[in-house]
Structure formats: structure tokens, C-alpha cells
Ligand binder design. Structure first.
Ligand code: NI
Length: 171
């Protein structure tokens, strides 16, 4: 396993549309392991393959709190088949370090995907898990949280990420 570099906005690779996974090969399994290690090291609650420059339709989520045992969920070729209601949540993203923003999402979703063994499953989610699923699923289409906010907040978010990068570079 290896910790991979997380791409930051405005890296053009974050805009690439990910391709479906045809088969869960050993390479795909290794990619999932790398994604998990990278997400936990960040730390973050979700990571899409496109965020480490791998254009495959895979994302992972673990919304367990620090006191709870880890609860890694792997979604391969996910499809959100039901969206219902609305909710606002203060979201962050590992590709937007230093920036959070309130974003409107569906309150409940049903997602269909393959697990890491290549078996189909369907999951109904609400609250934070539903938000995370929608956020990560967006990444696979090259859609980022900045696309869900108005022009003023867009500029603010871009500036926050840029400032964060400059601080890091000067350390
Ligand atoms: Ni994100």
C-alpha cells in the first residue's frame, strides 16, 4: 500500500470523467488499498479515484467517528438511482484544503454499486452518508463542490485553496 498524492483544485485532472471498471483485477484492488491509506492519512471521510489522478469509477467513504471502529465502504461503478428531499451540509474536500462550504444536496439517496469483491449491492443512505455519496459520485464525473456554489463563493473558495498552497510551499 502507498499513500498517493491528492490533487488540489484547479488541477485539470480533477475534471476528467472516470471510466467504468470492467473487472476487479489485482491492480484495481491495489488502487483501492492505496485510496484507503491515502484517505486515512489525510485524514478525510471520502476519496474518489480521480482525486489521485486515476480515472476509474471508484470512490471510498468512511464516516465513522474517531471513537468508532473504522467502517470503510467501497463503491465501484456507482449509480445513484434515487434522490429524495434536500439538505444543507457544510462540506469539505481533500482537493480543496482549507475551504468548506454549505452545499445543497438530496436528503436521501439510493446507490447501486459493486463492492471490492465485484458483487453488486444497493444502499439507502441519508444525512452525512448521503452527502458523502453525492460528493464523491460527483468527482467521478469531474464535478467539484465549487460547481455547487455561486460566483462570489467560487472566487473565495479558489482563493482559500491558493492561500493554503502558498502557506504550505513557504514552510
Ligand atoms: Ni471531494
Amino acid at each position: 500500500m502507498a499513500i498517493r498524492t491528492i490533487l488540489h483544485y484547479p488541477d485539470p485532472k480533477l475534471r476528467e470523467k472516470a471510466q467504468p471498471v470492467e473487472r476487479v483485477t489485482p491492480e484495481i484492488s491495489k488502487l483501492i488499498d492505496d485510496m484507503a491509506e491515502t484517505m486515512y492519512a489525510a485524514p478525510g471521510v471520502g476519496l474518489a479515484a480521480t482525486q489521485i489522478g486515476e480515472p476509474h469509477r471508484i470512490f471510498i467513504i468512511d464516516i465513522a467517528s474517531e471513537e468508532e471502529p473504522s467502517d470503510l465502504r467501497v463503491f465501484i461503478n456507482p449509480e445513484i438511482v434515487v434522490r429524495d428531499g434536500t439538505q444543507m451540509w457544510e462540506e469539505g474536500c481533500l482537493s480543496f484544503p482549507g475551504a468548506t462550504e454549505e452545499i445543497k444536496r438530496a436528503e436521501r439517496v439510493t446507490v447501486r454499486a459493486l463492492d471490492r469483491d465485484g458483487k453488486t449491492f444497493e444502499l439507502q443512505a441519508d444525512g452525512l452518508l448521503a452527502v458523502a455519496i453525492q460528493h464523491e459520485n460527483d468527482h467521478l464525473d469531474g464535478v467539484l463542490m465549487i460547481d455547487h456554489v455561486g460566483p462570489l463563493k467560487k472566487r473565495l473558495m479558489a482563493r482559500k485553496v491558493q492561500k493554503h498552497g502558498e502557506r504550505r510551499a513557504s514552510r
